[in-house]
Design a protein around this ligand. Sequence first.
Ligand SMILES: Nc1ncnc2c1ncn2[C@@H]1O[C@H](COP(=O)(O)OP(=O)(O)OP(=O)(O)O)[C@@H](O)[C@H]1O
Ligand SMILES: [Mg+2]
Length: 209
Amino acid sequence: MSTKDVSSNMVFQATDVDAAARARLKGQKPVAIWLTGLSGAGKSTIANALEVALAGRGRHTYLLDGDNVRMGLCRDLGFSDADREENIRRIAELGRLFVDAGLIVITAFISPFRADREMARKIIGDGAFIEVFVDTPLAECERRDPKGLYGKARAGLIRNFTGIDSVYEPPLAADLRIDTLNDDLETCMERILAYLDQRGMVGPGATEA
Ligand SMILES: Nc1ncnc2c1ncn2[C@@H]1O[C@H](COP(=O)(O)OP(=O)(O)OP(=O)(O)O)[C@@H](O)[C@H]1O
Ligand SMILES: [Mg+2]
């Protein structure tokens, strides 16, 4: 039986405790904050600082980070275009479930392709998806090279490395653009928090820290 045959026999099971009820219990507006940018742009660093700040405000969060997911849920996937797409699809489905569970989800994945990020927006839902472009030029990412990966990619030891021999498609209309070249970590993180506050995204009590 093909996957198509299986899914045509499925009926979505509704539950009495729904997304709104779970969000109400947590006293927050669930959302996915989707960070995208080159390797070394600062996604994980900013995601971590943001989660610390949100936890400090009593928000319930979950951080999904590239390598961690690739070591578990997505360990069967590589870095071909098709595998990158499947990686993002699974993360988006996971993000959708966590948002449904009432959490503020922060994701830190290069997510290089526009179409894949749009797929993630569709899966999670437009109203709960905030695309944040961590905009750091390739030259600066290469200078930082926090994991030593650019050095390896330039030496031909890693194939399909984003920015070197695999494309990065910058967002054309991100909800928010973060400039890590001119703003320090604290400022970058504060800008995201301010954006969430402005859109009423972190719920009642959010400004009490
Ligand atoms: N304003 C800034 N915001 C975030 N990181 C910064 C900033 N300025 C300098 N950095 C440095 O840039 C590096 C970013 O590394 P980080 O691991 O966060 O990148 P990443 O985008 O998660 O990369 P990868 O996709 O490989 O996981 C860190 O060493 C961090 O200290
Ligand atoms: Mg990272």
